[in-house]
Unconditional design. Structure first.
Length: 325
């Protein structure tokens, strides 16, 4: 099951990472994220070589220096984060798939090294070089952010992109900002997380039955990735969907996440109804093996104005749990 934050336009067939795609104009539906708190996420690629080759091949082009020249220390950091991205509670009644864990960890490593979008690379690194006063002296992740959660999750949560001083700083989806406090608080109350706090890697946070990802993996300027940047990153989400074999519910956080999921589902051969399902808080749609649920993004714009309340958020995740059972 997946929850998404966004809106969608149908895409004809499987499309490569660098191939142009039709673009959808977002409408004012409560899913807009005006502040950095709005963007969080992660992504993955296809298991089928023909479908997943584009992003992998493009990511692998260039010298080690062009890709960032990872040192042994950096590689160790990548590995630790990749491991953290697939942590979940032990559950004797549901052994974790080693193949899924390894595949998601490998995908996370690939995501972390991606430099395909020059504008996003420049922006994410610039934010780390000149952070707000409250974060000065902290070491920023400043790389693409991979998905986080249970590889055998029956509920998937899809957001927009990492926040410039949230996940771009901490290296984990929805971690280190107000949006994450809101989201993980709800996941804790509804039984998907072992704790309500998500401050940094290694803080003990674990998910059970849920996996959090995003349509775009790098923090974008003004929280608005271009259509080209979205399409370049989308194959990571497509691959994640293929790897999360047990997922039956998708929660989309905002119109952009809703759109991203529908595009990804279409790309991996799932039929999307026409007219396409419209995003809204509490909206539902059957897409392939998934029930898609819409949830307003937990941005400060939405939470401070009462557009999204605690009961509204909890109701979505309680619904997701019921559908996934």
């Amino acid at each position: 099951m997946f929850l998404f934050l966004g809106a969608e336009l149908l895409r004809g067939g499987v499309v490569g990472a660098m191939e142009s795609r039709q673009h959808l104009v977002e409408s004012g539906d409560g899913g807009e994220l005006p502040t950095e708190e709005l963007v969080e996420g992660a992504g993955v690629a296809f298991l089928v070589a023909a479908a997943g080759g584009a992003a992998s091949a493009a990511a692998g082009q260039g010298s080690a220096e062009e890709r960032g020249g990872d040192s042994e220390e950096e590689s160790a950091a990548h590995g630790a984060t990749a491991h953290d991205s697939v942590r979940c509670h032990d559950d004797a009644s549901k052994p974790m798939s080693k193949d899924s864990r390894r595949a998601l960890a490998a995908l996370a490593e690939e995501v972390h090294r991606c430099r395909l979008c020059p504008r996003l690379v420049e922006w994410r690194e610039a934010q780390a070089a000149n952070p707000p006063r409250r974060y000065r002296g902290q070491e920023y992740w400043a790389r693409p952010v991979s998905g986080f959660g249970d590889p055998e999750a029956r509920v998937a949560i899809v957001g927009l992109a990492p926040a410039a001083h949230g996940a771009n700083r901490t290296g984990r989806m929805f971690t280190g900002d107000r949006s994450g406090d809101w989201l993980y608080g709800s996941l804790h109350r509804t039984g998907f997380a072992n704790q309500a706090e998500s401050q940094q890697l290694g803080d003990g946070l674990e998910l059970r039955g849920a996996y959090i990802t995003a349509t775009v993996r790098c923090a974008p300027p003004a929280n608005k990735p271009t259509p080209e940047e979205r399409d370049t990153c989308l194959p990571y989400l497509e691959r994640e969907l293929a790897l999360l074999e047990r997922a039956r519910v998708v929660v989309a956080l905002g119109a952009f996440g809703w759109d991203g999921f529908l595009r990804a589902a279409r790309a991996i051969g799932k039929e999307v109804p026409r007219p396409r399902p419209k995003f809204g808080h509490g909206a539902e749609a059957e897409i392939g093996r998934w029930r898609l649920l819409g949830c307003y993004h937990p941005s400060q714009q939405n939470t401070f104005t009462g557009t999204l309340t605690v009961p509204m958020t909890d109701e979505i995740f309680e619904r997701a749990r019921a559908l996934a059972t």
